[in-house]
Design a protein around this ligand. Structure first.
Ligand SMILES: [Zn+2]
Length: 339
C-alpha cells in the first residue's frame, strides 16, 4: 500500500481519490490554552503577531498531532480590515465584531480600493508564507477566511437579514463586494502557499434564510469564490454552522470539495445527500471534545466513522479550554481509520 504525505492524503480525500487511511486534520480553529502554554504564544497576541500565530498554529501539529497547520484562529480579521469595531479577545476567547461600517450602497463604494496586504489579514498571509517554508513539503497548510455572507453581516450588522429581505439591490451589491474581497484574499493566501482553503460562513445558513434566499444570496457567490480558487488547483472546504442537513445539496452545488458540518447534523443522512464533496465532522466541540474523556470521545468517534464520515474532525471551532488528550483521542481514531 502506498503511503502518502499528510498533504497528499488530505488533498486526495478532498478530490475523491483513494488513500491509505483517513487524514487527521481540523478545518476549523485549532488553538487551545494548553497549546498556548506549551508553545508560549497566547491569545490575543497570537491573533495579531505573525511569529506568535505561527507558534500557536504549529502547536496543533506538534502538541495535538493534527496532520495539518491552520491559520487564523478567529473570523474577525476581515471585518477589522474594513474598519468594523472589534471587541478584543482574551486568552480564552476570540475577538468579536461589535461595530459595523456599511448601511448603504454608498458605504460599499467608500470601502473599494483597499490594499490586501495591509492589517491583520496581511499578518495572516505572512504566517502562511513562513509555515509553508517550514512545513509545506509535508503538511497541508490550511488558509481559512470568513465567507462572503457572514462578512456582509459583520459589515452591515444585525440589519443584514432584514436587508436581504427588503433591499435586494443593496444585499446583492454587498455580497458582490465581499465576494470580490474573498477572491482577492484567497489568491493572496494561495500565493503565499496555502494548499487548502476553508470558507467559514457560519451564518450563511439555509436553516436561517430558507432555500429561496440561500439560492440567491449565497450559492452564486460561493460558486464564484470556489471557481477562482480552483483555477489554482486548490481544494476548498465550506463550513456553515447549525443543522445544515436540508441545505447540503444546495451547499454542494457551489462546487466545494469538502463540507464541514456541526454536531447537529446526522452523519449518515448527510452522507446520503452529498454527491461528490467529502463530508467532514462532527464531534461536538463543547459537550464532547471539551467536556468528555478520551474514552468517551473514542466511542463517539467510532459512531461518526461508522456513519460514513470522510474526515473525522471537530464539528466547529475547537473551544480554547479543550484538553489536548481529548483532541489526541480524536486524532488517533482518524489515523487508525481505513476507508
Ligand atoms: Zn460552526
Amino acid at each position: 500500500m502506498v503511503e502518502y504525505t499528510p498533504k497528499e492524503r488530505f488533498v486526495r480525500v478532498l478530490t475523491g481519490k483513494t488513500v491509505d487511511r483517513m487524514p487527521a486534520v481540523s478545518v476549523t480553529q485549532t488553538a487551545t490554552v494548553e497549546q498556548m502554554e506549551a508553545c508560549g504564544a497566547f491569545w490575543p497576541e497570537a491573533n495579531e503577531n505573525a511569529e506568535k500565530m505561527i507558534a500557536l498554529a504549529e502547536a496543533g501539529h506538534t502538541e495535538v498531532g493534527f496532520e495539518s497547520v491552520r491559520v487564523p484562529f478567529d473570523i474577525t480579521a476581515e471585518a477589522e480590515f474594513f474598519g468594523c469595531k472589534i471587541k478584543a479577545g482574551t486568552k480564552v476567547q476570540q475577538p468579536s465584531v461589535v461595530g459595523h461600517v456599511v448601511s448603504t450602497v454608498e458605504d460599499i463604494e467608500k470601502l473599494k480600493g483597499y490594499d490586501i496586504n495591509k492589517g491583520r489579514i496581511g499578518v495572516i498571509c505572512d504566517a502562511i508564507k513562513i509555515l509553508t517554508n517550514k512545513y509545506g513539503d509535508d503538511l497541508p497548510i490550511i488558509g481559512s477566511m470568513i465567507g462572503p455572507f457572514s462578512l456582509a453581516q459583520h459589515l452591515n450588522g444585525d440589519n443584514w437579514f432584514m436587508a436581504i429581505l427588503t433591499d435586494e439591490a443593496f444585499g446583492l451589491a454587498l455580497m458582490k463586494f465581499t465576494t470580490n474581497f474573498n477572491i482577492a484574499y484567497a489568491k493572496k493566501m494561495i500565493g503565499n502557499g496555502a494548499d487548502i482553503m476553508v470558507i467559514i460562513d457560519p451564518t450563511a445558513s439555509y436553516q436561517l434564510i430558507g432555500p429561496e434566499y440561500y439560492e440567491k444570496f449565497v450559492v452564486p457567490f460561493h460558486k464564484e469564490i470556489v471557481d477562482e480558487i480552483h483555477e489554482f488547483n486548490v481544494p476548498t472546504v465550506l463550513h456553515i454552522c447549525g443543522n445544515t442537513t436540508a441545505g447540503l445539496s444546495l451547499m454542494e452545488s457551489c462546487g466545494v470539495d469538502g463540507i464541514s458540518v456541526d454536531q447537529t447534523v446526522d452523519i449518515a443522512t448527510a452522507a446520503s445527500k452529498l454527491e461528490k464533496a467529502a463530508l467532514i465532522g462532527n464531534l461536538d466541540p463543547v459537550n464532547m471534545l471539551w467536556k468528555q474523556t478520551p474514552e468517551v470521545i473514542k466511542e463517539e468517534s467510532k459512531k461518526v466513522l461508522d456513519s460514513g464520515v470522510d474526515v473525522l474532525a471537530p464539528g466547529c471551532g475547537i473551544v480554547s479550554k479543550t484538553p489536548t488528550v481529548n483532541l489526541q483521542a480524536m486524532v488517533e481514531m482518524a489515523k487508525n481509520h481505513k476507508y
